[in-house]
Write a new protein. Structure first.
Length: 629
């Protein structure tokens, strides 16, 4: 049986200087490499939903309950697997899967340095290395510092660290250990705007107008163990054990509520919370067996996945400070916050699964999987258990692909799941609480075609059913009904002309809400879900084979800011342009990268959880130097 044993391909040894997601993408559904990304989707948005929030994160294919953010000191790339591109991914999920690949640990010493100077005073310096210790042991790691300025005056400092160790005593066994930590300090509380129903918020000059003392701190920590083993006779074992932590000793929220057409908020609310934290232990053991003959290949997966999540939430206090003008600096003294007692929530989940994949030559491939999940969620206060939710669903997945000929193939799939629903937003009365998991399902169909020998097309349709959580009339984040999202997806990737690479995609969706809370007005559309997204990335290599020019166009359709669908946000489009120049520094590969984002300085509002609104980033420029030694 062929297993991925953490071997380092020759292309990976170049490490950072060759990073370019447009030239590395296989489709337009989402790829992040280093600090850049391309495609329709990301870890926070796939077909209108977040695979990370839903609990569909993987580390090189193995189940992982991510609570703390990753750093690029640890992660080389993340890939979105959805629909046809998730085919062959064991135990796929309705909301799609985001799969993280750990940075390679190579056979020879390589060091990489990345320096960035950006708009609004942003700075970044990263250093990564990999080195063999013995013939069977190697290590890699790195440190990085970043001063990010989201708009003038709105800053946060990041410090990132990671270490990876690898032990490979033979070609049949590979063990890796990793640890990473990502600290955020002096994190200004970016104001959030909540317009009155039916009122469109006006644009304003992008600059920080929050409180100078509202500086939060947090850290994200991830550590884990990965084992890959080929035990012979067609049997293989993959196992992963992970610990993921997000902790915020103190956080602040700056809320401008009931904002009118001229930007005046009748309620300016400052909110602080003590010691919020989310800690999860998770993992998977997967046994596989490959059997086959001349025409048929059979692959059987048997899996055990588990997680234990504990969350310290609550205790926040909010202070109303009267009217305020959005966009105007109004310096206030820090209020005396009266924190309450925190509660603890816990989630335990174990899932047993078995999946069969069959292949008939290169023409037919099909699979079916069955899982049994045991789920238990508890909310505990000083007085004991306040609430308890349990569920034990049977989950089914199935898919098939059929090649009509060498150029055209068909796909159909179905997946059901028990997926998390996220955390209540700052403007909710149950702010910070984990929302209960819900049963979800998805079906989709697609066609894959080779338009030319180097240009690929994927066109498909999908339908997703998920619980709909949002604020009720008492401002509690509760289940209001069900979201049904139907849509059409298009992806075109590959070489259009000599030296011209293209990643283009579009999704046209029809998200609707089936309300079940009859006592509250719930609109036909869910909030924060645009009906269309179009993206185009092109990278052109000049004849000198050193210089490349690239463009990135994104277009987002309108979305609704409020549950009752009284306040739409207009559609908008942005343009980024960039250049790369490859050179040698003391006979070592290096790349100079220049990028201007949002060239037209378009002002638009993006809708966040709970109906909060923040402006998209304005025009900014950066210059980056990457060198491998």
């Amino acid at each position: 049986m062929a297993l991925v044993l953490g071997l380092t391909p020759a292309s990976a040894l170049a490490q950072r200087a060759d990073e370019n997601p447009v030239r590395q993408a296989e489709d337009a559904f989402g790829l992040a490499v280093g600090s850049e990304s391309t495609g329709l989707y990301s870890e926070s948005q796939v077909r209108g939903f977040s695979p990370v929030v839903a609990g569909n994160a993987r580390i090189e294919g193995l189940y992982f309950d991510r609570q703390g953010d990753f750093t690029s000191r640890l992660i080389a790339r993340s890939t979105i697997h959805v629909g046809l591109t998730a085919r062959g991914f064991p135990f796929s999920a309705p909301t799609g899967v985001v799969d993280y690949a750990i940075r390679p640990v190579g056979e020879r010493f390589i060091a990489s340095v990345v320096g960035v100077v950006g708009g609004f005073g942003s700075r970044e310096l990263d250093a990564d290395m990999q080195a063999p210790v013995t013939s069977t042991v190697a290590v890699s790691g790195g440190v990085g510092f970043r001063l990010a300025e989201r708009s003038p005056g709105d800053t946060v400092r990041y410090l990132s660290k990671a270490v990876i160790g690898r032990w490979r005593p033979s070609s049949q066994f590979n063990l890796r250990l990793f640890w990473s930590r990502y600290d955020a300090s002096a994190d200004h509380a970016t104001p959030q705007v909540f317009p009155l129903p039916g009122v469109a918020s006006p644009p304003f000059r992008r600059a920080y107008y929050g409180q100078a003392w509202a500086l939060g701190r947090s850290y994200n920590e991830n550590l884990g163990l990965l084992i890959d083993a080929d035990v012979g006779g067609g049997w293989g074992v993959r196992a992963g054990l992970f610990r993921s932590i997000y902790a915020a000793p103190r956080t602040f929220e700056d809320l401008y509520e009931n904002v009118d057409a001229v930007g005046v908020a009748s309620d300016h609310v400052l909110e602080a919370a003590p010691g919020q934290g989310f800690r999860s232990t998770s993992g998977e053991i997967r046994l596989s067996r490959t059997m086959g003959g001349r025409w048929w290949t059979h692959l059987l997966y048997m899996s055990v996945r588990a997680r234990r999540l504990q969350a310290d939430v609550g205790g926040s206090d909010a202070v109303e400070v009267g009217q305020a003008q959005v966009g105007r600096v109004d310096s206030l003294a820090e209020p005396r916050f009266d924190f309450g007692s925190r509660g603890r929530q816990s989630i335990s989940q174990t899932t047993l699964g078995i999946q069969y994949d069959g292949r008939w030559g290169s023409r037919l491939r099909f699979g079916v999987g069955v899982e049994r999940s045991t789920y238990r969620a508890e909310a505990v206060s000083g007085g004991g258990v306040e609430s308890e939710v349990t569920d034990t669903p049977w989950l089914v997945t199935g898919s098939a692909t059929y090649a009509l000929n060498k150029r055209i193939g068909l796909y159909g799939g179905y997946a059901s799941g028990l997926e998390q629903s996220g955390v209540a937003p700052p403007n909710a009365t149950n702010f910070g609480q984990l929302l209960p998991a819900g049963r979800t399902w998805q079906r989709d169909f697609a066609v894959r075609a080779l338009l030319t020998s180097n240009l690929r097309l994927v066109a498909g349709v999908f339908e997703i059913h998920k619980p709909y959580f949002n604020l009720d009339q008492q401002h509690a984040d509760l289940r209001l009904g069900e979201i049904v999202n139907r849509g059409v997806e298009l992806s075109v990737t590959g070489t259009v002309l000599p030296r011209l690479e293209l990643v283009a995609g579009a999704v046209f969706a029809d998200p609707t809400v089936r309300a079940t809370l009859s006592a509250y007005v719930v609109g036909h559309r869910p909030i924060a879900m645009p009906r269309q997204i179009v993206t185009l990335n092109a990278d052109y290599l000049l004849p000198d084979h050193r210089t490349s020019l690239d463009v990135h166009v994104n277009q987002f359709g309108r979305a609704f800011e409020d549950t009752a669908n009284l306040t739409p946000t207009p559609a908008y489009a942005t343009l980024d342009v960039g250049i790369r120049y490859r050179l040698r520094l003391a006979d070592h590969p290096a790349t100079v990268r220049g990028l201007i984002q949002n060239v037209g300085d378009v002002f638009a509002w993006q809708v966040l959880s709970g109906g909060a609104m923040q402006p998209i980033a304005g025009r900014r420029a950066l210059v980056q130097l990457t060198a491998d030694f």
